[in-house]
Design a protein around this ligand. Structure first.
Ligand code: ATP
Ligand code: MG
Length: 370
């Protein structure tokens, strides 16, 4: 279990205002408006989640807040300082762990941390000591002398986060800290994030996982296509979305249509989604109590159910509901009002979308910000 790295806090000379405040924040890349008028207020302390699918604009917002990218419009203040006029002061007090690890693959774990500490002005002895403390705190002592290219994804992620904690920041941005790592490593990263909060750091993290936002964040903003489409506590957002989803897998894919009709008749036809698995369908639940009725209908009609589960709505369902798409929580069958034609969230800007021109207005990273 990781423990909180000993805080090395820099004095806070600013007011007690919010950690982050933006008004109408805009960023364009050529024809693409990546961030389209974002208003945010993140109070100090605790974990604020930024939830959204690929290409939603999460990283772009974070990079503007970390002063790595200049906004094209709107205002943003970080720890009471304007990102345009006070980037150096902001960089002194924040830290950023990017979506993709920024480690030197050929160096060992300890060498990476010592190098980063030296870049931040630590003397050699202090750099070695702090590096060793962080490796210990993150359960990497045994791997200290191993080259990073021989690390697993989870170890890399932990080392990357360790590198942004050489000086305990007042505010840390963690961009998808758990994407692509296994459940055990994910739990370790969650523990690390919680210990940071206990040490007084404000955490702003992005994620594509509803479960992660739900477990960690006290508040969250749901972002889609560059806009905040919902904001509140996880409980408030889930209440908006509905009580969960029923997924049914029939034994014979030929019976899926019949199952969809039967389940739709009980729970609302417009809530039924045919999954890519030809035997599976899922239904956004208007109220949990009707699940047993829907399953009873299937049994009475002789449709053999291989498995079923009732879970939280998926991120897709959250988006479709919040944006008024086909799964919108309405009892009117066939109600397709709202931007229903925009396609599934997964269809928008995947990682492959990103080989585009790097923004001309990139601000070179300095030693103050990792
Ligand atoms: N440097 C860039 N040049 C051109 N377009 C960019 C650049 N960075 C991001 N974009 C575009 O801006 C949009 C938002 O991208 P961003 O990386 O902020 O999304 P994201 O929410 O972080 O997605 P992911 O979950 O995939 O990391 C996408 O359409 C993306 O292709
Ligand atoms: Mg991103």
């Amino acid at each position: 279990m990781p423990r909180a790295p000993a805080p090395v806090l820099r004095p806070d000379d600013s007011t007690n205002g919010p950690a982050v405040e933006t008004r109408g924040l805009i960023k364009r890349f050529g024809e693409t408006t990546a961030v389209d008028g974002v208003d945010l207020r993140v109070e100090r302390g605790g974990i604020y989640g930024f939830l959204g699918p690929n290409g939603a604009g999460k990283t772009t917002v974070i990079r503007m807040l970390a002063t790595l990218l200049r906004p094209d419009g709107g205002e943003a203040e970080v720890l009471g300082r304007d990102v345009r006029t006070c980037p150096a002061e902001i960089r002194e007090r924040i830290s950023l762990t990017g979506q993709f690890a920024s480690l030197d693959e050929d160096l060992t774990g300890i060498e990476n941390l010592v190098l980063l500490a030296r870049l931040q002005g630590f003397g050699i002895g202090a750099a070695r000591q702090r590096g060793a403390e962080l490796l210990e705190a993150f359960g990497l002592t045994d791997a200290a002398a191993r080259q990073v290219k021989k690390y697993s994804g989870g170890m890399r992620r932990r080392l990357d986060i360790a590198g942004s904690l050489l000086v305990t920041p007042e505010l840390i941005f963690l961009d998808e800290p758990t994407t692509g790592i296994d459940p055990r490593s994910r739990n370790q990263v969650w523990e690390i994030i919680r210990t940071l909060v206990d040490a007084g750091t404000t955490v702003l993290l992005t994620t594509q996982y509803l479960e992660e936002a739900d477990r960690l964040a006290g508040r969250l903003a749901v972002i889609d296509a560059g806009r905040v489409i919902a904001e509140g506590t996880p409980g408030q957002l889930k209440a908006q979305v509905g009580s969960g989803a029923l997924t049914v897998r029939v034994a014979d894919p030929a019976e899926r249509e019949q199952a969809a009709r039967l389940v739709g008749a009980v729970l609302g036809h417009d809530r039924v989604t045919r999954e890519s698995d030809p035997a599976a369908l899922s239904v956004l639940l208007p109220e949990r109590a009707r699940v047993s009725r829907a399953l009873a209908e299937l049994e009475d009609s002789g449709v053999e159910v291989e498995s079923f589960s009732v879970g939280q709505p998926s991120l897709d369902e959250v988006f479709l509901t919040l944006t008024g798409g086909p799964h919108a929580a309405t009892d009117e069958p066939g109600d397709r009002s709202g931007p229903a034609d925009r396609g599934a969230p997964g269809g928008r800007g995947g990682p492959g979308d990103r080989g585009e021109p790097e923004g001309r207005d990139e601000v070179p990273a300095t030693e103050g910000t990792r």
